[in-house]
Design a binder for this molecule. Structure first.
Ligand code: FMN
Length: 193
């Protein structure tokens, strides 16, 4: 697949088919996704692949978050959209696999001199974008989501994970929707000579 074709064709998908994703494909995607740049080459990413009973428990943990998220978005979205957001937040669109992306603090962070952004988080973000593109290349779909970080402690105790910062929860599966392409806003580039 042509690189730009992949970049433009990838969509955030929020409804998935009830069809399992072979875990060897997930493994391949993750092993390739880590070919990403990272601050001081720390490679601070940690990906937790969640299925089965652990996934069920994580969805339970998302119940409260979905109410909170719905409250927040109700000021910008209409009732129908708010309901969709709430349902997606607590179900992850029925995805068979959820990948949790962490920044592992034990690999060390080197914000020196002090930066106003976290280089560890940024480094994980680069690998997440790779992951999304690789999933798309495989005919899979995914969505980068943030709300799980609101119940990070709960999720970490479900999985027995310590010393890592949860950056994103990424449901992954076969797409069961083809949403319209959100147009790019045509701004954000400046030329200086
Ligand atoms: C840092 C980040 C956080 C995001 N969080 C959420 C989220 O919590 N829930 C969600 O449905 N989509 C989330 N998205 C996906 C965006 O809504 C989506 O990328 C955007 O609407 C553009 O659509 P596209 O990905 O199909 O091009 C997130 C994306 C990024 C990069």
């Amino acid at each position: 697949m042509d690189l730009f074709e992949a970049m433009r064709g990838r969509r955030s998908i929020r409804k998935f088919k009830d069809k399992p994703v072979p875990l060897d494909i997930v493994k391949e995607i993750l092993e390739k996704a880590i070919w990403a740049p990272s601050n001081y080459n720390m490679q601070p990413w940690y990906f937790a692949v969640v299925t089965g009973n652990k996934k069920k428990k994580i969805l339970e943990a998302m119940e409260d978050v979905s109410t909170l998220v719905a409250e927040r978005v109700s000021s910008i979205f209409d009732e129908k959209m708010t309901k969709l957001v709430k349902t997606f937040t607590r179900t992850f669109g029925g995805a068979p696999v959820i990948i949790l992306a962490y920044s592992d603090r034990s690999f060390g962070n080197t914000p020196s001199p002090p930066l106003k952004f976290d280089p560890g988080i940024l480094s994980v973000a680069t690998a997440i974008q790779n992951l999304l593109l690789l999933a798309h290349e495989k005919g899979l779909a995914a969505c980068w989501t943030s709300a799980a970080a609101l119940v990070e402690d709960n999720i970490n105790s479900i999985l027995g994970i310590e010393g890592k910062d949860l950056i994103a929860a990424i449901p992954i599966g076969y797409p069961d929707q083809s949403p319209p392409v959100p147009p790019r806003k045509g701004r954000g580039i400046g030329w200086y000579t």
